[in-house]
Design a protein. Structure first.
Length: 202
């Protein structure tokens, strides 16, 4: 009888341990953490705009609900050499480009070591074009435009620790409302690849 009790206790302990382990986050480093909270951090994005490849810096943050739904905001900006249409031919100038807005993201299986997320950014931005002879920059830019933007995103996220996530994403930025002949809407729309880092309570 004692051996039967011991076996039953051992089986019970094994079931409890397995259940607890299954409920825990899979991370590279183990420590305590919060189940509900928020996060923020930097991000770096490579994208196409006005026929040029640009590197944009930025970041964002969000409130995390039920560990799966993140509602917050993000923004990106950068400067690139760009062709500008002159009265005759083409000039080479600089373009300042930036945008941001509200973000909504759904995190699939957040306790898995690596898991997907799907999200969208809805907001606006601005672009300015500066001709070569404005050095140092002074006065108004040659062309200034504001626009709306809708950008769906698909990402893969890695649980490094309870307080740290990192990952990569691909997205497509659809620009709305830039009507200037030098800065057409389709020239500012484009695909992006992003690396992001998130710190907080997950």
């Amino acid at each position: 009888m004692p051996s039967s009790v011991q076996r039953a206790l051992a089986i019970g302990a094994f079931v409890i341990t397995a259940t607890t382990a299954a409920a825990q986050d899979q991370t590279l480093m183990r420590d305590g953490g919060s189940r509900i909270g928020g996060f923020g951090g930097p991000a770096f994005r490579v994208t196409q705009a006005a026929g040029e490849t640009m590197i944009l810096g930025g970041g964002g943050g969000a409130v995390l609900l039920n560990r799966r739904l993140a509602i917050g905001g993000a923004g990106f900006g950068g400067t690139s050499r760009v062709d500008t249409r002159a009265i005759v031919g083409t000039d080479r100038g600089e373009m300042d480009f930036g945008y941001g807005g509200l973000t909504v993201e759904y995190i699939v299986n957040p306790t898995r070591l690596v898991h997907p997320t799907v999200g969208i950014l809805v907001g606006g931005g601005a672009v300015s074009v500066w001709p070569n002879d404005l050095r140092p920059r002074s006065g108004r830019s040659e062309r200034e435009e504001t626009f709306g933007v809708v950008e769906p995103q698909l990402a893969m996220e890695l649980n490094v620790a309870k307080w740290f996530r990192m990952g990569g994403a691909v997205s497509y930025r659809a620009v709305i409302g830039a009507e200037d002949v030098r800065l057409r809407t389709d020239e500012l729309s484009g695909a992006s690849a992003t690396m992001f880092f998130r710190f907080g309570a997950f």
